[in-house]
Design a protein around this ligand. Sequence first.
Ligand code: ATP
Ligand code: MG
Length: 442
Amino acid sequence: MAKTAAVQHVCSECGTASGRWLGRCPGCGEFGTLVAETARVRGDRPVAKPLLHLVDVVAEEAGRILTGVPELDRVLGGGLVPASLVLVGGEPGVGKSTLLLSALGAISLDRRALLITGEESVAQVKLRAARLGGCDRVEILAETELDVVCETLERERPEVCVIDSVQTLWSQEIGSAPGSVAQVREAAARLLRVAKASGVATFLVGHVTKDGSVAGPRVLEHLVDCVLQFEGDRYHAHRILRAVKNRFGSTNELGIFEMTGAGLVGVPDPSEIFGKTHGGEIGAAVVCTIEGTRPLLLEIQSLVAPTDLAMPRRVGTGVDPKRLAMIVAVLARHAGLPLGGADVFVNVAGGVRIDEPGADLGIALAIASAAKSLPVRDGVATFGEIGLTGRLRVAAQADRRVVECHKLGLRSVVAPAGTKGAAVEAETLRQALAAGLATNHA
Ligand SMILES: Nc1ncnc2c1ncn2[C@@H]1O[C@H](COP(=O)(O)OP(=O)(O)OP(=O)(O)O)[C@@H](O)[C@H]1O
Ligand SMILES: [Mg+2]
């Protein structure tokens, strides 16, 4: 039997425990993150267990559960792994409940699927289900008490369960309020045990904090098998789902959805939407990036405007600010662009965030187009990494990017020397810009 012991103070950021309250966490150095929680000690001495050799372990390769939402399956690494625990984080209103309800609807056609709602009433869920359609066989329970939830899962053993949200669960054994660090951590740990023991693949919906990480202690992210982040501008219809952590697949995969009146609709060919420029427009270039296994064409827009500021601004939406500063510096130094007295703004279409260096050349081409007031040539797409010396480096998986550009009708691919299939193979940034920009613009 567990019995209660002294109060412990645990850091909500890194999980470091301390006997007394401290203003600053000795583990991560953050201020004001230590929260009181009741520590429990075991009454009985634990009993040692016999060991196994891995060769003796019988593991049946269970098939993955297809969620009926192909973009979600892709991000999960080819479907949901049975008995796994998946944390889905995202800003309020981004569409977490919508996405998971439509997945449950499709799963419920041939498996038992349960929705445990703590945030919305059964009637509210019904309204959403009516809008989405196809959710008639989903089972539902409105419950926030952790013990009841775990008991129900153990008894009913649905194959897939969604808990919306983990922050609403609370356990009587823990003194603190629902949503507090101790409660969220206890809920995740208990559900992890239930998921593994009863074979329930569980989605946990988690809220995100102001800085974008899933609220609650970081240990929550360590506990679960997979952390998915649902991003997107609430004011744009497109939403992006990416895996931050995945024990059963790649973390670079991207799922793209569009929010419509009938729910979230997957966008199987986003290059069609994001990779279009209006011919002859100044400051717009098309770049081909690779997100996971999928090449993606994106329009990059740039504005270069004169400024009186002593420190001109370099503002990027969807690009890494350090990378942007580097590209502006290389453009000024090695391509002779006078950017010292100008503000530079860069924007990536559709709210997509670019993380890979293969997009450098596209960003540089858009800025050069804006700075020189010359449009990019018709049918030009580009990709490649820019070095600090102004020399270009071949991007990873270049052949797949070339194929994607050709597929969308962009025949003039400007890429670093050594890229097979490119129309122009440029050694340096200067050569690539000369090949990419139109010369006889009126
Ligand atoms: N009839 C509708 N037509 C189009 N879009 C809608 C409609 N109803 C709701 N939405 C969209 O669904 C979004 C809310 O989705 P959902 O409730 O799944 O979000 P959530 O991430 O679960 O939010 P929360 O964190 O509050 O639980 C809204 O932002 C809105 O854009
Ligand atoms: Mg919700």
